[in-house]
Design a protein around this ligand. Structure first.
Ligand SMILES: [Zn+2]
Ligand SMILES: [Zn+2]
Length: 809
């Protein structure tokens, strides 16, 4: 073995070897054929790069997959990509823009071809980056949501929902991007603060003298052209007498009613609001409940449309200016104030989102949601942590109907064909004639489906559904899904209801919602803010093992700040493990691993390894990745390297064959426990054990071994003595020869050159004990301080008492 461990080269070699030897493939190393363990990786955007969230999520999924593979399960970790409608279309449109072209210049067919070409050369980078992380996905089974088979699955799902009568077309308000000219989902809208002018305008009473009226405030005067009412809160005394009267909308001089609605916030502005159902989400709801018309005065391009009369074709800003000038002349403008507020912008092109009523396809949610809600309430699927389980239920209970159409060119075009008579033919394959009148003159609906419509099928469409393939029978349903909290509504819940609708079974039993990795200063990681960090950088610098270790150690159920310190700790751990392995292997020669412990520290380390195994199994089963990583750290760094290896060193140097055989057996188990977190360095060491023919990636996970459990605490007193000595230089009397020998071997007191003052140390400990007892006797402290603070105080007191006893004080 080289004296120093360098991940560079070693990691890539193992990644290539594992994949080439088929050890990432579904079923590799399976010894319990009847038990499968399946995770589908959340399909990343085909245009994207690995970000820190992917790296964390990939690491924790890989732990579960490697752990189950070692336990003999038939594991499948399914990889693949999402076609990511708007994101991909945007990238290709930007490429075209460099040539001075728009998608309309090249036309739909050529644009789609161009997108495919672009993907051939540039897309699909993330699976390569997952390989560099050591993620043991079955790359031979990579799927893409635009694969022919997958498209068939999407069409089949649509036709199924259509046949159930759950798909309908309706005018509703949507988030509209005027640049992309499509509806987009809430997740694709980013909220940005802008400076606006809030203008208060009086709408005179229709039956008054022009001086009386109701004043409303708006930042979008152009939308005044779409006003159909003025609304006030029913309990607002100021306006009680006005309800039912009519006011005149400025500029268009339309007479509209004053209505009451409890959704109006009486605290905002004047307490009265203009109602513009065509261009505001809340107004849309109010308008529907009051049976108001929905005039649309802004077109899909964001400019004023024909309904705006003489203002048609103007930009909103100019139209708003004309409306205000008109109102100003008549003395109706009462106030202009600076107003900073958040508005929606398209995440891709940053255009300001227009809430716009438009004709879209919708999927009714009521029937689809019911069985999914039941599954969540009965906990056949469980979100972790529990707070996210409650959120998932609540968001499904209140799920609005799903806007499934997008006015894009890149995606799954709706399987709806129209004949000249307006009949609809809906089927999976392109029809040759109208099913009603047999006309062969058919045009296909130009819309494509929401990207999430296809991702909802990921757990079974990747296995060949709608065909009844052997893979589908074997690997559906799966076990775990792991993702970030933003896509619970958009993705996780939809996989659950689609799985139930199409397969009659939930797609997995557990959903892990992992932490969001923030920048080190606590800001959101984002490319545009310049706070994004490329996970490939720490992987290059510290190695994939160290990066995985650091991300996991630092993870939680809350947001976490990126910590390079945790990654450095991972590198130190890999080095320490390398050095201790080198020591043992240099002394093992041709000896095979066998646990034949003679001395106390040997029984102790075997017991410690077994109890760490139990802790890991418990922790990983609960998805407690950070605390499990900590268990591995202490087992390796403290127990194995600092205590056991130091204590056994004299016997190893004497070439004691039993000591070497036991050390090898202990090392083997340690490597197995570490492997899911740090696969590369452990496999590299494993490959250097004597007569090694197997790979650690498929080696059996250690079986429980209770033989030495009684000795799990055997070094407690020595460790206490070491702590006292290192702190104060005072040597404690130990009871047994073993304890004294281990103390001398590990602590090496002769090197310390300190003369401890026993009496001073006893005095110091007594003070600490008195302080601790005082704290714990204080009921206010015990009742009000956080539980972990009180527990820590108790533990400290117990330790001081033990140390005091050890010193005979
Ligand atoms: Zn856009
Ligand atoms: Zn027809």
């Amino acid at each position: 073995m080289d004296p120093l461990y360098t991940p560079e080269g070693v990691e890539a070699r193992w990644q290539d070897t594992w994949e080439a030897e088929g050890l990432y493939a579904a079923g590799a190393g399976a010894r319990r054929e009847e038990t499968t363990f399946v995770i589908c990786v959340p399909p990343p955007n085909v245009t994207g790069d690995l970000h820190m969230g992917h790296a964390l999520n990939g690491s924790l999924q890989d732990i579960l997959v490697r752990w189950h593979r070692m336990r003999g399960y038939d594991t499948l970790w399914q990889p693949g990509y999402d076609h990511a409608g708007i994101a991909t279309q945007n990238v290709v449109e930007k490429e075209l823009a460099k040539e001075g072209l728009t998608r309309h210049d090249v036309g739909r067919t050529a644009f789609v071809e161009r997108t495919w070409e672009w993907l051939e050369t540039t897309g699909r980078t993330i699976m390569g980056q997952f390989r560099r992380l050591g993620a043991s996905l079955d790359y031979s089974r990579e799927r893409f949501t635009m694969d022919d088979d997958y498209v068939r699955a999407v069409m089949t799902f649509f036709v199924r929902l259509w046949d159930n009568g759950w798909i309908y077309r309706a005018n509703r308000i949507v988030n509209w991007c005027p640049y992309h000219q499509t509806a987009i989902s809430d997740l694709e809208v980013e909220h940005v603060d802008v400076d606006d002018t809030l203008i208060t305008i009086r709408y005179p009473f229709a039956d008054g003298d022009g001086r009386d009226g109701i004043s409303v405030a708006t930042v979008r005067p152009a939308t005044i052209l779409g006003d159909v009412a003025v609304a006030v809160h029913p309990d607002d005394e100021r306006y009680a007498a006005s309800i039912g009267r009519e006011v005149v909308v400025p500029y268009i001089e339309r007479r509209v009613s004053v209505i009451s609605d409890s959704r109006v916030d009486p605290e905002f502005g004047t307490g009265a609001v203009k109602v513009t159902p065509g261009h505001d989400a809340m107004d849309f709801d109010i308008g529907r409940d009051h049976d108001l018309p929905e005039p649309i005065v802004i077109g899909p391009d964001g400019l004023m449309n024909e309904a705006a009369g003489d203002l048609a074709g103007l930009a909103q800003k100019d139209a708003g200016g004309r409306v205000l000038a008109w109102a100003e002349e008549r003395g109706l403008v009462e106030k202009r104030e600076h107003y900073r507020h958040a508005v929606g912008a398209c995440e891709r092109c940053h255009s300001r989102i227009e809430p716009l009523v438009s004709l879209q396809w919708w999927c009714a949610m009521e029937e689809l949601a019911k069985p999914a809600l039941e599954a969540l309430r009965e906990r056949r699927v469980r979100y972790h942590p529990e707070s996210q389980h409650r959120f998932a239920i609540a968001s499904l209970e209140h799920a609005p109907d799903w806007c499934i159409s997008r006015q894009l060119w890149w995606g799954h075009q709706l399987p709806i064909w129209y004949c000249a008579d307006g009949h609809l033919t809906v089927q999976v394959e392109e029809p040759s004639a109208c099913t009603e009148c047999a006309s062969s003159e058919l045009t296909r609906d130009p819309d494509v489906l929401d990207t999430w419509f296809s991702s909802a099928l990921w757990p079974f469409a990747t296995l060949g559904w709608p065909a009844e393939t052997p893979e589908l029978a074997r690997y559906y349903p799966g076990n775990v899904s792991s993702t970030a909290r933003e896509i619970i509504r958009l993705w996780e819940n939809r996989m659950i209801f689609s799985g139930l609708e199409l397969r009659g079974e939930v797609p997995f039993t557990d959903v892990i919602i992992h932490s969001t990795v923030l920048a080190a200063d606590g800001r959101r990681m984002s490319k545009s803010l310049g706070t994004g960090l490329d996970p490939m950088e720490p992987i290059e610098e510290y190695g994939a093992d160290a990066t995985r270790y650091g991300l996991l150690k630092n993870s939680s159920t809350q947001d976490v700040r990126y910590s390079i310190g945790a990654i450095e700790e991972g590198r130190k751990l890999a080095n320490k493990l390398w050095n201790v392995s080198r020591l043992i292997l240099q002394r093992a020669h041709s000896i095979g691993p066998e646990a034949v412990p003679r001395d106390l520290e040997e029984r102790w380390i075997l017991a410690r390894i077994d109890s760490a195994r139990a802790e890991l199994e418990d922790g990983w089963a609960r998805f407690a990745f950070a605390s499990s990583t900590d268990v591995l750290y202490h087992l390796t760094f403290d127990d194995f390297c600092d205590w056991y290896a130091e204590a056994i060193k004299p016997r190893l140097y004497e070439d004691d064959p039993d000591a070497a055989a036991t050390a090898l057996a202990a090392l083997e188990r340690l490597l197995a426990l570490l492997h899911p977190v740090m696969p590369h360095v452990t496999e590299e060491i494993w490959s250097q054990l004597p007569a090694r023919e197997t790979r650690l990636i498929v080696a059996p996970w250690p079986e429980p071994d209770a033989r030495f459990a009684a000795d799990a605490g055997a070094l407690d007193r020595v460790q206490e003595a070491a702590q006292i000595f290192r702190r104060s230089g005072v040597e404690v009397e130990l009871d047994t020869d073993d304890e004294r020998r281990i103390f001398r071997a590990v602590v090496r007191p002769e090197r310390a050159h300190v003369d401890g003052n026993r009496d001073a140390e006893i005095e110091r400990l007594r003070k600490e004990v008195a302080r601790g007892e005082g704290m714990l006797a204080n009921e206010r402290f015990v009742q009000n301080a956080p539980a972990e603070v009180v527990d820590a105080e108790r533990e400290k007191l117990e330790r001081y008492l033990r140390e005091l006893a050890a010193l005979g004080g």
